[in-house]
Design a protein around this ligand. Structure first.
Ligand code: CP3
Length: 317
């Protein structure tokens, strides 16, 4: 349950004193905020506290994360020379604090730690737009009109993501998740042309590590098949596609992750319980990692989250 921390008073207390990026850059703080929801909720895995834009800083990008808005890039990337300024990522040298946090966490946790990275399209969108975007218009304009520059950018980003994910696994992460949060803005045809080759190379490059590779994006109902075909092991599903339909689209053998609408947690408990059971009924609890369909909303009552975890653990197919 990503961003579960945001709903916790102990997280907010730390946030009063530190920015998000400061917490990402300080292994002790990143470790503490990763552990906070684990202590409270009884979940079966932890997700590393960091952000998808952290490795971009290591590639020389000047950026910030604005509360309530998201990542903001000082000088957006819009030309071949902007792309050329992105330096290759050396995980140990440029993001060693992330690896230190992974190591600290692995020594403290008795459940698996999931490492993660943003996928090239989603990172490219932040770099090109300069911040969050509704329609990703500049991103798509560059992609359609300057495919060579697009290819150079995707190549640099996938090289960085590949070494970054490998380094997290070598530091002790048990699984990785690739977040292509905003790729649902593309058609399946354009996904195949402008995204799939690079994502495929990322998953291929992790093959020898023998860990589970989870792949997720929002509004990706029409992309579930091409996204899965890039070589991930588990397909994340947002709440817009019922799990039985996701299974029908991908086949019985593909493990799925998802997909309760995070907003349902704002309803009375009876509604949460009924909807969570419905999600489980649609997969029979088989080859299914129960999760929310996207991140926890900040106004969520942590008590509801803890109760949800208990409810899922009590499920009998
Ligand atoms: O779940 C976790 O807490 C683990 C750490 C984590 C963060 N960001 C910390 C964070 C993870 C896995 C991410 C991934 C991330 N970041 C994604 C991909 C996943 C997804 O949600 O689709 C994306 C697109 C981002 C970019 C980003 N960073 C956004 C959109 C925001 C939210 C802005 C807002 O306030 O609404 C952030 C900030 C951010 N990153 C927060 C956290 C816990 C909110 C922090 C706060 O306000 O204190």
């Amino acid at each position: 349950m990503r961003q579960a921390g945001r709903s916790l008073p102990e997280y907010r207390a730390l946030r009063e004193r530190h920015s998000i990026l400061e917490m990402c850059r300080t292994p002790e703080l990143a470790t503490e905020v990763t552990l906070q929801p684990v202590r409270r909720l009884g979940v079966d895995a932890a997700i590393l506290f960091s952000d998808i834009v952290v490795p971009l800083q290591g590639m020389g990008v000047d950026l910030d994360i604005e509360p309530g808005r998201g990542p903001v890039i000082a000088q957006p990337v819009r030309s071949s020379s902007d792309v050329a300024r992105l330096t290759p990522l050396d995980p140990a040298g440029d993001a060693g604090y992330v690896l230190d946090a992974v190591k600290m966490l692995v020594s403290e946790l008795d459940i698996p730690l999931i490492g993660f990275a943003g996928a090239p399209f989603t990172l490219a969108s932040y770099l090109i737009e300069g911040g969050p975007s509704r329609d990703h218009a500049r991103t798509k304009a560059l992609m359609f009109s300057e495919p060579e520059v697009w290819g150079q950018l995707m190549q640099r980003l996938s090289d960085a993501v590949s070494v970054y994910l490998r380094a997290q696994v070598e530091a002790g992460a048990s699984a990785i998740q690739l977040f292509d949060s905003w790729v649902g803005s593309l058609s399946p045809i354009d996904y195949e042309l402008y995204v799939a080759p690079w994502v495929t190379s990322i998953f291929d490059g992790l093959d020898d590590l023998g860990i589970s590779r989870i792949h997720f994006g929002v509004v990706t109902g029409e992309l579930l098949q091409p996204m899965h075909a890039t070589g991930c092991d588990v397909m994340g599903v947002d709440w817009r596609v019922p799990m039985d339909q996701a299974r029908a689209r991908l086949g019985e053998d593909v493990p799925l992750q998802g997909n309760l609408d995070p907003a349902i947690l704002l309803a009375p408990w009876e509604v949460v319980a009924q909807r969570a059971t419905d999600v489980l009924d649609r997969t029979g609890g088989q080859k299914h990692i129960f999760n929310l369909g996207h991140g926890v909303l900040p106004q969520t009552d942590p008590g509801q989250l803890a109760r949800l975890v208990e409810h899922i653990h009590a499920f009998q197919p």
